[in-house]
Design a protein. Structure first.
Length: 556
C-alpha cells in the first residue's frame, strides 16, 4: 500500500486531509478539503458514506481504500462501523466496543476520557468519534483520519498475504462504495409525465383524500370479486381469504404466489383476474403516487439508498424501487433531451464465472464462444436448451427434472468445475463459511430453518449446501461486475457519461447522444480490461450485450 492518504469529513463541513507525505491539511471548510484531494492518490476512508459530502461536492476519489467494505469482505458481516474495524485490526473483542453516549446519568458517572483523546485506555475508539459527534475540529478529524490509515494498513497486510485477487477485490469494493454515493447523488432520469400516465393506468387517478384512496382499492378489487359471485366480502390482501375464495371456485393451490397462480390460468376466470389485480395492486401500493412523491425529486431524478454489498454474497443493493421497478414502469425511465442511455448487460455471466473460478480448462474453452451453451450442448450430445438448464441446475444444486441426465454428463465432461461446486456445497451443509474468488467470507450458519425437528435438520443442512454452492458463483460474479463498473465509471467520464443504474449484471450509463458510440466502445473495452485484471489472465471470455436507447423499456 505504501503510504496512502486519508480523509475525514466532520461536523459542519470541517475536515482533515492527510497526504501521503507532508503535514496534514486541516480544513475548516469544504472548499479547503476539496482542494487538498489529489485524484492520483489512493485515499483511505472509514467508509464512502462518511465522506459523501466531499463526493457529492465533486471530489474525484477514483482510488480509495474503504475500511468498512474491506472489513465486510474479510469478516463476512454487514456491521462494519469504525469501532468494529478498529477492534478487528487491534485484535480486541469487537463486542467490547463502548456504546454511543446517551446523555443520561450513567454517562455522567462513567470514567471521563480527556477531550482530545481518541483511543480509550482499554484500546477502543471513543464512541462519540464513531458517531461523528466528536469530530468538531480539523485537529480531531486529523486524529480520526490517522486511525483509519492505521487500520487500512493492517487490512492491506492481510489482503496482500491472501494474494493478488484478494487485494484487487478490496480495491474494487472500495470503488463500488464511492460509486454508490455517486448513484445516490446523480439519480435515475425519469420522465415524470410518462410515470404519472403509467401509474394512472394501473392505479387510477391520484387520490386526494382517504375516501378516494379506499374507492380506488374497491375499483381494483371489483373484477376479481365479480369473477366469483356470491362469495361475500373477501380481503384480497389476505392470502388465507384468497385461498378460500379460490377453493370455492375449484382452484386448489398451496399458496397465492404469482408462479403458483400462473399454472392455473385456464382453470377459472378468477385466476387471470387475480393476476391482473396483483400487477395493479403492486404498482398502486409500492410504485404508485406516494412513491412518485417521496422518491422522484423536483429535478425528475429517482433516488434511493445504495449499498456496495448485501449481507450475503456481496451483490450491490438499492432502495426506492431502483432494483425492483416493474417492467410496466420502465418506459418512464428516459434520458434527458439530447442524451441517451448506453445499456450493457453481462451475458451468461454466472457460468462464465464458474469456468473462471474453478479453473476448469475444458469449461473455459466453451466461454470462447459467444453462446457458451452451444459448445457445452455439443460436448454433452444434447439440445442447447437442455444444456442450459443443466448448467444452471448445477450452480443451484438441483438434480431432478429433464436435465438430470445432462447434469450427470456435466460431471463427466467438466469434473473440475463440478467438483468446485460440490466442495462449496459440502462446506455449506456442515455450516462452514465459504469464500468467493476475491476472498469474501460468506457465512452459511445464518441460513434459516424449515420443517420440524428431524425434518428441519436435514432441510437446514440441504438449504445451507445449496446456498453455499450458488454463493461462491453469485458472489464472485458480483466482484467481477463491480470491477467492471468501477472501470466504466472512470472510462466514460471524459465523454461526460455517468453510470445511473447498476442492476445485478446490467449497467445503465447516461451520456450525450453524440458520444453514444464512443461510450459503448469504452464500456466494452472496460469489460475486457476488468475481466483480465479480475481473473489474472484471459483464459475466460466475458461478453456484454450493449445497446443505445432513449428509454429503458426499449432494451430488447
Amino acid at each position: 500500500m505504501g503510504d496512502p492518504g486519508a480523509v475525514v469529513v466532520g461536523a459542519d463541513g470541517v475536515g482533515a486531509v492527510l497526504p501521503p507525505s507532508g503535514p496534514p491539511v486541516l480544513a475548516p471548510d469544504p472548499a479547503t478539503l476539496l482542494a487538498a484531494l489529489d485524484p492520483a492518490v489512493r485515499w483511505v476512508t472509514w467508509s464512502a458514506e462518511a465522506v459523501s459530502p466531499a463526493i457529492r461536492a465533486g471530489a474525484r476519489l477514483d482510488r480509495t481504500w474503504d475500511v468498512a467494505e474491506v472489513h465486510r469482505l474479510c469478516h463476512g458481516s454487514w456491521e462494519a462501523g469504525p469501532e468494529l474495524a478498529w477492534a478487528a485490526a487491534r485484535g480486541i473483542d469487537p463486542q467490547g466496543a463502548p456504546n454511543a453516549p446517551s446523555g443520561d446519568l450513567f454517562d455522567l458517572l462513567s470514567a471521563e476520557l480527556p477531550p482530545e483523546e481518541l483511543v480509550r485506555p482499554d484500546g477502543y475508539l471513543r464512541a462519540d468519534a464513531v458517531t461523528g459527534a466528536w469530530l468538531t475540529t480539523p485537529e480531531r478529524c486529523a486524529a480520526f483520519a490517522e486511525a483509519a490509515r492505521w487500520v487500512a494498513r493492517r487490512q492491506h497486510e492481510g489482503r496482500t498475504a491472501a494474494g493478488p485477487r484478494a487485494l484487487a477485490a478490496a480495491h474494487a469494493e472500495s470503488a463500488a462504495a464511492v460509486l454508490c454515493v455517486e448513484l445516490e447523488s446523480e439519480g435515475l432520469p425519469i420522465d415524470r409525465e410518462a410515470a404519472r400516465r403509467l401509474v394512472t393506468e394501473a392505479a387510477g387517478d391520484e387520490p386526494r383524500t382517504l375516501a378516494e384512496e379506499l374507492a380506488g382499492r374497491e375499483e381494483r378489487d371489483a373484477p376479481v370479486l365479480a369473477a366469483v359471485p356470491g362469495t361475500g366480502h373477501v380481503d384480497l390482501r389476505n392470502p388465507a381469504q384468497v385461498k378460500t375464495m379460490l377453493a370455492r371456485a375449484g382452484v386448489d393451490v398451496p399458496s397465492t404466489r404469482k408462479g403458483v397462480l400462473e399454472a392455473h390460468v385456464g382453470v377459472h376466470p378468477v385466476v387471470p383476474a387475480l393476476l391482473e389485480w396483483r400487477r395493479r395492486e403492486r404498482i398502486a401500493t409500492t410504485y404508485g403516487w406516494r412513491w412518485l412523491r417521496e422518491h422522484v425529486g423536483a429535478d425528475d431524478r429517482l433516488r434511493g439508498d445504495w449499498a456496495a454489498c448485501d449481507g450475503a454474497a456481496g451483490r450491490m443493493t438499492a432502495q426506492a424501487g431502483l432494483h425492483n421497478l416493474p417492467a410496466e414502469l420502465r418506459p418512464a425511465v428516459a434520458a434527458d433531451a439530447g442524451w441517451v442511455f448506453v445499456r450493457a448487460d453481462l451475458g451468461q455471466v454466472e457460468p462464465r464465472v464458474l469456468a473462471a473460478v474453478s479453473r476448469d480448462a475444458a469449461f473455459a474453452a466453451a466461454t470462447r464462444a459467444a453462446d457458451l451453451y452451444a459448445p457445452v450442448a455439443a460436448r454433452l450430445g444434447v439440445e442447447r436448451s437442455i444444456a442450459k438448464v443443466a448448467v444452471l441446475a448445477a450452480m443451484y444444486g438441483q438434480r431432478s427434472g429433464p436435465a438430470a441426465e445432462a447434469l450427470r454428463g456435466l460431471e463427466h465432461e467438466y469434473p473440475v468445475a463440478m467438483a468446485y461446486l460440490q466442495r462449496a456445497q459440502d462446506a455449506g451443509r456442515r455450516g462452514e463459511p465459504v469464500r468467493t474468488f476475491g476472498g469474501r467470507l460468506v457465512r452459511t450458519d445464518a441460513v434459516g430453518r424449515d420443517g420440524g425437528e428431524d425434518e428441519g435438520r436435514e432441510a437446514l443442512s440441504s438449504g445451507r449446501g445449496r446456498f453455499a454452492r450458488n454463493a461462491v458463483i453469485q458472489g464472485s460474479a458480483a466482484e467481477l461486475f463491480k470491477a467492471w463498473a468501477a472501470t466504466v465509471r472512470v472510462a466514460v467520464r471524459p465523454l461526460r457519461g455517468r453510470i445511473v443504474l447498476c442492476l445485478h449484471d446490467e449497467l445503465l450509463v447516461h451520456a450525450p447522444a453524440e458520444s453514444a458510440q464512443e461510450v459503448a466502445a469504452a464500456i466494452d473495452r472496460a469489460l475486457t480490461d476488468a475481466g483480465r485484471r479480475w481473473l489474472g489472465g484471459e483464459q475466460v471470455r466475458f461478453v456484454a450485450d450493449t445497446s443505445v436507447v432513449r428509454r429503458w423499456s426499449e432494451v430488447t
